[in-house]
Design a protein around this ligand. Sequence first.
Ligand SMILES: [Mg+2]
Length: 124
Amino acid sequence: MGKTRILLVDDSTYIRTVLGSIITEAGFEVAGEAADGEEAIRKYMHLKPDLVLMDVIMEPMNGMEATKAILDKDPDAKILMVTVLEDKDILVDLARMGAKGYITKPFSKDKIAEKIKEVMGEDV
Ligand SMILES: [Mg+2]
């Protein structure tokens, strides 16, 4: 089995860079990057990543809309939200929608690796 390929979605280039080095160091692979919801949908369909790390607040299309659209197209999509605690209500909606969980900012390398393995069904 190859490395878990992950699509990184965040409107912050800095956060994408930090996430990219964290997941690479943790033994995963960056499948691609997107800076807003629309790009996330397009790249998801094109790259077919194993997992998506999805920011919530982005313009013009946010992470909620993108998550919904991706899950509509691929109900088996594995999407982990990356967000701040203040987004709690949104996270409840996303869980109902089918998102696999969330990682809060500021995030730690260990937390991210653990959560990804959990979603991918591997031992932690
Ligand atoms: Mg954002």
